[in-house]
Design a binder for this molecule. Structure first.
Ligand SMILES: *Cc1c(COP(=O)(O)O)cnc(C)c1O
Length: 365
């Protein structure tokens, strides 16, 4: 007897590989592999989460009214055009589910976020991979991939795992070059970490254009990865289509309460942003000092740095050496980066510890 057979495009999915939280021997270690907030969570968000324990018997508000109002007030948006989901991962899946299917094409960059290929194949669409330009998003390469079967372009800005940032002018050029029936998804999971007051103009495009969806998350800057709250903003017909396939109760009461409280704790956000900016600069400078050993930091606007190993010390050796020293980072051979480690910016102690370990390893090889 044979059992049910999964769709062929489902069997082509390479399952998502999450960041490790223990060493190979099972020892607990400092986790710098999932870009979580090293400063924890806002105390106000934690209090709101704890208070939600009084309503565990209730279903959440399927319309997420309070969350949408809070986001709309903070970002000056129309609350009716906000979609939300179980992490922004769900929102990315909703976009693929509503706008692509078998025979359609979805474009993303070579060194991109690994949820995009999963979301693409899940709906039976065909992935089209655009080459990068020295690890950064190459707008011309993406535009060269567009065909009349293209339905979606996924761009993370800043990008994961490279940390690179496409400017407002480049994003505008990308959008201008796309036919209006192609949905441009700008994944802003790390938008809060960009230096200074610059932004890529994505939210304005989502407000004004018929074909742009911006996604955001509470998992990184807001320190709420455990609670799985993400959201998106786009033209009303896009949001309407996504709502039709959304799970009715995919965000929880506790997570929503924590998220709303987190939005109000601007001191925590500012502290996180300043900490990250300071240590990202320090970390990248320290890697540059190891340039003669072949180490190179890809310029990052996120809360992690992609370190390339182009000398005698290999990324694999550095990965093992860091793990032995108690630091778990992300080695990315499965993403075409066997020579790269993605390292989350941690606390001061974490960052100093990682750099000291790398310096020692570089000296030994
Ligand atoms: C972390 C991350 C997300 C956010 O995931 P959540 O599901 O919201 O936790 C989205 N996109 C990218 C590129 C990320 O790195």
């Amino acid at each position: 007897m044979t059992g049910p057979v999964a769709k062929p495009w489902i069997l082509e999915i390479a399952p998502y590989v999450p960041g490790r939280s223990t060493t190979l021997s099972g020892k607990k270690a400092i986790k710098l592999s999932s870009n979580e907030n090293p400063l924890g969570t806002s105390p106000a968000a934690r209090d709101a989460f704890v208070s939600a324990a009084d309503s565990l018997e209730r279903y959440p508000d399927s319309g997420a009214h309070d969350l949408r109002e809070a986001l709309a007030a903070l970002h000056d948006l129309d609350p009716a055009r906000i979609i939300y989901g179980n992490g922004s991962d769900e929102v990315l899946h909703l976009a693929a589910g509503a706008f692509a299917g078998p025979g359609d094409e979805i474009i993303y960059v070579n060194y991109g976020f690994t949820v995009y290929p999963i979301a693409t194949r899940r709906v039976g669409a065909t992935p089209v991979v655009a080459p990068d330009h020295d690890y950064a998003t190459d707008v011309d390469a993406i535009l060269a991939c567009v065909t009349d079967r293209t339905r979606i372009v996924f761009v993370a800005n800043p990008n994961n795992p490279t940390g690179t940032y496409a400017t407002r002018a480049e994003i505008a050029r990308l959008h201008a070059g796309l036919p209006s029936h192609v949905l441009l998804v700008l994944d802003h999971a790390y938008a809060e970490y960009i230096d200074g007051d610059i932004d890529d103009g994505g939210m304005e495009l989502a407000r004004d254009a018929p074909n742009v969806l911006v996604t955001r998350t509470f998992s990184k800057m807001y320190g709420l990865a455990a609670e799985r709250i993400g959201w998106g903003y786009a033209a009303a017909p896009i949001i309407d289509a996504m709502h039709r396939i959304r799970l009715p109760f995919s965000i929880t009461i506790a997570g929503t309460a924590a998220a709303i409280a987190a939005l109000g704790d601007t001191a925590f956000v500012e502290h996180t942003r300043a900490h990250n900016a300071e240590w990202r600069r320090w970390f990248s400078d320290e890697i540059a000092k190891m340039g003669n050993a072949g180490l190179r930091a890809v310029p990052s606007q996120a809360n992690f740095v992609l370190v390339l190993f182009e000398g005698r010390l290999t990324a694999e050796q550095a990965y093992s050496g860091l793990m032995e020293a108690g630091y778990i980072v992300r080695w990315l051979p499965g993403q075409g980066l066997p020579h790269g480690l993605r390292i989350t910016i941690g606390t001061e102690d974490d960052n100093r510890g990682v750099i000291a370990t790398l310096r020692k390893l570089a000296g030994e090889h």
